[in-house]
Every structure is written in structure tokens, then in C-alpha cells.
Design a protein around this ligand. Structure first.
Ligand code: DGL
Length: 247
């Protein structure tokens, strides 16, 4: 039994899509969520700068005595996962490897697309993760910067959004992908609109569910689950007050 909290962070509110799945998977756990809304968006920034932010947040959460860290942001995972793992003596889980694993299991044609931030696409983190699992899979990426802004502004549907989504997906469909990874934790919030732009033959994958399974397995592996005798606490921090209450 270990009642220390799990620490989860993102640049904004996208990480709440991961938090939602983690709560479903391990409902007894205490959780601290940190949204770096003052420095949002991470996507267009240099990866080195994002790494500094991510390490600072990890420091803060570690000081709150978390037992496990989840980097619920693809851009922060791409830039800082290995450094955070090396720095702290607690398990650390990112969102890229679980998403890549799910996509690799789902593709039949071995042609996979990903939409993500510019930082994630530029890092080639998905290419590397997919390649490690199956080197025959071809990955096609597109940086869908505007979609992150729409989500953070609370624009979750409408013709303007649909047009932007279809514009980002068109070059990927030209490559005959059969799986699309939502490589940004903001995108599950517009999954319905994204699916409307896909024809039925493309499977849409978000890493949140697979990440939450990793959380459960890791808690079990290290024997650090909470027993749930006391109602779990959820604490939320944000660094700015610009995000919208849309969940
Ligand atoms: N949620 C972040 C991600 O998964 C993207 C948002 C941002 O650009 O900060 O990459």
C-alpha cells in the first residue's frame, strides 16, 4: 500500500484527457495534475526550452512526494522523457511509446499517420518509437499547430475547425494510411470532428488508454498501489489562468 500521489503534467489542459483515462484505470489513486498554462503552447518552442520547463515541473512534483510521474504531453515527452527518467528515482511514463505501440498493433497496411505539434514532429520521437517496434512500418507526420490553439480556446466543433482538420489530414490520406495517431494530448477533445474527416477505413488512435494501462501495470510491478480506503484526493495546479473550462 502506498498512498503517495501520482504526478501528471502537460503544457495546458490536453493532459486532462490522459488524466481521465488514468482515473478510470486506477480510481483509488491520489493525483496531482499540473498544467503549465502560462507557458503554453510548447509545440512551437525549441525542444531544449521545453526540456527546461518539463524538468522544473518534474522537480516540483517530485517535491510533492509523487510515487510515479506521467508526462501527459507529447512535446514534453519528446523533449524530456530520457532526462526526467535519468534524474528521478521513481518510475516515469511518457505518452509517445504507448501511442506508437497501439498504432503498430492496429495497422495492417503498415502505413501510419500522426498529427502532432511542430516540436513532436521535428523530434522524430514517433518515428523512432514505431521503428523500434516494427521497422517495416512507414510513418507520415503532419504538424497540426492550429488545432492545438483551437482546443485550448475551447473551439471543439464547427466548420472552421473541420476545415483545418481536413487540411492537415489530406496529405496523410494521400499516403494511404490505415491508422492515424493523435500525437497531441489535446486532440482527443476533438476526436469526433477528426473522425468525421476520416473515411471509415482509418483507425484513430489516442495514447491515453494505453498510457493509463502502463500506469496500472507499473504500480503493480513496483507494488505501490493505493488501497483506496480513504477517498482519493485530486489536486490541480496551473501556472496561468488562460485555459477555458471545457471538460
Ligand atoms: N499537449 C501537447 C502535446 O501533447 C501540445 C500542446 C502544446 O503545444 O503545448 O504535445
Amino acid at each position: 500500500m502506498d498512498n503517495r500521489p501520482i504526478g501528471i503534467f502537460d503544457s495546458g489542459l490536453g493532459g486532462l484527457t490522459v488524466l481521465r483515462e488514468i482515473i478510470k484505470e486506477v480510481p483509488n489513486e491520489n493525483i496531482i495534475f499540473f498544467g503549465d498554462t502560462a507557458r503554453f503552447p510548447y509545440g512551437p518552442r525549441e525542444l531544449g526550452e521545453v526540456k527546461i520547463f518539463a524538468l522544473r515541473i518534474a522537480d516540483f512534483l517530485y517535491e510533492q512526494n509523487v510515487k510515479l510521474l506521467v508526462i501527459a504531453c507529447n512535446t514534453a515527452t519528446a523533449s524530456a522523457l530520457s532526462d526526467i527518467k535519468a534524474k528521478f528515482n521513481i518510475p516515469v511514463i511518457g505518452v509517445i511509446e504507448p501511442g506508437a505501440r497501439t498504432a503498430a498493433a492496429a495497422t495492417v497496411s503498415k502505413r501510419v499517420g500522426v498529427i502532432a505539434t511542430r516540436g513532436t514532429v521535428g523530434s522524430k520521437a514517433y518515428d523512432n518509437a514505431i521503428n523500434k517496434i516494427d521497422s517495416e512500418i512507414k510513418l507520415f507526420s503532419n504538424a497540426a499547430t492550429l488545432l492545438v490553439e483551437y482546443v485550448e480556446e475551447g473551439i471543439l466543433e464547427g466548420s472552421m475547425l473541420d476545415k483545418a482538420i481536413c487540411g492537415y489530414l489530406k496529405p496523410l490520406f494521400k499516403e494511404d494510411i490505415d491508422v492515424l495517431i493523435l500525437g497531441c494530448t489535446h486532440f482527443p477533445l476533438i476526436e469526433g470532428s477528426i473522425k468525421n474527416c476520416c473515411d471509415g477505413s482509418v483507425k484513430v488512435i489516442s495514447s491515453a488508454i494505453e498510457t493509463s494501462r502502463d500506469v496500472k501495470n507499473t504500480l503493480e510491478k513496483f507494488n505501490i498501489e493505493n488501497d483506496g480506503e480513504i477517498k482519493p484526493q485530486r489536486i490541480f495546479y496551473e501556472t496561468g489562468n488562460t485555459s477555458k473550462n471545457i471538460l
